[in-house]
Design a protein around this ligand. Structure first.
Ligand code: FES
Length: 120
């Protein structure tokens, strides 16, 4: 494993539009919640922080998708985010976006990739 990557989970643990996996990173020196989900066959990861008020999105651990399985939804005021780019498409922070993180899926495993010094 390269120095700039960290194992999050096995690919099989992340079903399409299903429960996400929470993990933490050091963001600007602080331990910060993050999550990864699968949508459209791809894995996408974000800081677990709503663009409206900086609270975590999931009130039930790992439940990030709305009932349709199409959008990520904030459990506090219902902001809806596109899972592929994190842009808020509906709700109090429309036009803003989640902070995307870099992840890599390779040989049945999903890795967090450190891509900037402020994200570790
Ligand atoms: S805190 Fe997420 S929509 Fe308000």
């Amino acid at each position: 494993m390269a120095e700039n990557q960290r194992l999050i989970c096995e690919s099989i643990e992340l079903p399409e539009s299903g429960k996400g996996i929470r993990f933490t990173i050091l963001f600007e020196g602080e331990e910060t919640a993050a999550f990864v989900v699968r949508s459209g066959g791809q894995v996408h990861a974000y800081l677990n922080r709503c663009a409206h008020v900086p609270v975590e999105l999931d009130w039930m651990e790992g439940e990030f998708f709305d009932d349709s399985g199409v959008y990520l939804i904030c459990s506090t005021h219902g902001a809806m985010y596109a899972p592929d780019n994190g842009i808020c498409v509906n709700g109090p922070c429309a036009g803003k976006s989640l902070q995307k993180l870099t992840v890599l899926e390779s040989e049945g495993k999903i890795y967090y990739m450190k891509h900037e010094d402020r994200y570790v």
